[in-house]
Write a protein that binds this ligand. Structure first.
Ligand code: PHE
Length: 456
């Protein structure tokens, strides 16, 4: 019997796993992807990708974590001693740490905007009726991000919050935080969805989001949907392997993977229901829906045009911060668990060893927009380089290795025993999942890897 710590309830383990999956990927990446890939057609392809790739790969990671009961690298060493398969886990851990270092910077921006919404500074420029509001918000965003010092304070505060939660441990830190924050996130989303649906041109926006034009589907749309599935479900980062090593033996993995994926999809769809009616009603252009502009320029503009500006703004940036925080915690846990398992560090020591260097590394990522902006690696600034290296290259590689390991290296009853709880449930869909992990997932993930570098 393993003595490893486990989550204390089913609700808690779902809240923690959904907390990891639901992040900035759902809130600002998903609407932008839907918009630039033809609306409802993308949504349909995305749902298919979740079913055929996302859920099976999630189950592979869950099986590895729960069956191996170790960290993201340790599971490989434990299940195939004396082989080199552990490299797959090592790549995932390094990638997750790199992602953590720049995700903290983005989380810091959301924190700043929450703070400025509370103080009202964000909306000072709107009081001057002669000013160009769009330009005003754009300048404000650029000025903030390119200022060397201001963003650092927010990053440091967030690192400290992460340290405090992580020090609390799996049950009292991660699980308790998720149990509180995830309901808050869903309530905030519902409030925004109801508001958006009451806007004058809501129907037009919903039509774009829900009426598919199948002629829009091409190879690029499919590759983008695969990539979004991967990012949104936190696959390939070692997170799901680490979290599932805290799942009790009786946890049923198939229902868990379905619940997590459906809730993750629900958040993405709610964001569509929020953004597209607003886009139609406020006449947003393509540029207004892209990446950072959507969140830091377009939405503040919309809030400024509404009654109760500051209240809406506070609620929205709180939503973003909650989503970002539960994700940073999950990704930091990958390295914390690794140090605890491999080097037998105490929880406190492991948390400090993981988080302290971030004060420097995340600062460097942040400064790559200002003081260090002239340092380029492969033509990219430090922030974008780390993003491309970790998200586009390392995550898919780690995931391909994981699928090959489970599909071809381990005996087939390993996956069967984990997924079916030793023959108790889900025995009928097991063959399909096993087939996908063996034959379909590796080439599909390879296409994501290639697809992020070339336009098909
Ligand atoms: N699934 C997360 C999202 O949608 C991705 C992520 C998780 C990124 C954890 C960083 C850390 O945003």
């Amino acid at each position: 019997m393993s003595t490893k710590v486990t989550f204390s309830s089913r609700l808690g383990l779902i809240a923690a796993t959904v907390g990891s999956a639901v992040g900035l990927g759902n809130i600002w990446r998903f609407p932008a992807e839907v918009h630039s890939n033809g609306g409802a057609a993308f949504l349909i392809v995305y749902i298919i990708c979740m079913l055929v790739l996302g859920i099976p790969v999630m189950l592979a990671e869950f099986s590895l974590g729960r069956g191996g009961r170790s960290d993201a690298e340790g599971v490989f060493r434990k299940l195939a001693p004396g082989t080199k398969w552990w490299v797959g886990g090592a790549i995932a851990i390094i990638a997750s740490y790199l992602i953590l270092s720049f995700y903290m910077v983005v989380a810091g921006w959301t924190f700043e905007y929450l703070w400025q919404s509370i103080t009202g500074n964000l909306y000072e420029l709107v009081q001057d009726t002669t000013a160009d509001v769009d330009k005003g918000f754009k300048d404000k965003m650029a000025e903030y991000m390119c200022n060397p010092y201001n963003p650092l304070i927010n990053i440091y505060v967030l690192i400290i919050i992460n340290i405090l939660v992580l020090m609390g441990g799996v049950k009292k830190g991660i699980e308790r935080m998720s149990n509180i924050l995830m309901p808050v996130l869903f309530v905030l989303l519902l409030i925004f969805a109801i508001f958006s649906l009451s806007l004058p041109k809501a129907a037009e926006g919903l039509r774009f989001f829900f009426t598919p034009d199948f002629s829009k589907i091409n190879l690029n749309v499919i590759v983008n949907a695969l990539g979004q599935t991967f990012f949104s479900l936190s696959l390939g980062m070692g997170i799901l392997v680490t979290y599932s090593s805290y799942y009790p033996s009786k946890t049923k993995l198939i229902p868990t993977s379905l619940t997590v994926s459906v809730l993750d999809l629900l958040v993405a769809i709610l964001m569509g229901i929020i953004i597209f009616p607003a886009a139609a009603s406020f006449g947003l252009t393509d540029a207004g829906l892209a990446g950072t502009t959507l969140v830091f320029v377009t939405l503040p503009e919309i809030f400024a045009a509404m009654p109760l500006t500051r209240l809406w703004s506070i609620l929205f940036f709180l939503l973003l911060l909650v989503a970002a925080l539960t994700s940073t915690i999950s990704i930091a846990e990958v390295s914390v668990a690794w140090l605890q398992d491999k080097y037998k560090k105490s929880r406190k020591a492991a948390v400090m060893i993981v988080m302290t260097p971030l004060f420097a590394i995340s600062s460097i990522c942040s400064l790559s927009f200002s003081t260090l902006s002239n340092i380029k690696i492969a033509g990219l600034n430090i922030f974008d380089f780390l993003d491309t290296l970790a998200t586009n290259c390392m995550l898919p590689t780690a995931s391909i290795i994981t699928c090959l390991f489970i599909g071809w290296k381990l005996r087939s009853d390993f996956l069967r025993n984990e997924i079916t709880n030793h023959g108790l449930t889900g025995t009928r869909i097991y063959p399909a999942i096993s087939f996908i992990i063996k034959y379909c997932a590796p080439p599909l993930i390879f296409i994501i890897l290639i697809g992020s570098f070339i336009d098909f």
